[in-house]
Design a protein around this ligand. Sequence first.
Ligand code: SME
Length: 209
Amino acid sequence: MPVFYIACKPKAQSYRHLFATADHVEPGLPKNVLQSTATIIAKPCTPAMSETLNIPSNASKETVYDSLITQLSALIAAETDRTAALANVTAALHEALGFFWTGFYLIKNDRLTLNVFQGPIACSRIAYGRGVCGTAWAEKRTIKVDDVDEFPGHIACSSLSRSEIVVPLVKNGKVLGVLDIDSDKPTMFDDTDREKLEKLCEIIVCTCF
Ligand code: SME
């Protein structure tokens, strides 16, 4: 399995951006190979915070999720800053699974408030019970929407969004926020997404809150 070494520049915002800003690639390997890389080793700017993300290529969605969950669990356990931990979770999910929008809303002042995300800009506050996110908050359960046009009250942050899954972050019976993921294709989320994302969110709640 090929391994690529990349030195991350300060403003790299995602792995895709990181590819574009890589200033060192293992000798003899063309940079465009990075787009289909099986193993990526990102060396952050702070030498003590070395991180590795291995994304299995040509693997099932379930395998990709399992691999991500194992790696992200270790990554966030080693990170004391919640924003840094959640930011890496969004970047890893977004890049590994090719979502349209991936991000967290956390409850502040009685509103779901936009937190770290990957994708187009989004609405910054959502009220209890409003849209898919506010419904997941109110009902304390994962909401999976095959066609956003069929969901009453769906909040369209982007007209390109076609399907969506929202998983609440619940601690001691209280919702702290949600993980919201959008696809630009209809019916993109199934029970594998639900099961794996719920598992990841349980780990996030235990580790970061
Ligand atoms: N569609 C969401 C709003 C958030 S964006 O999708 C990023 C909703 O209906 O709550």
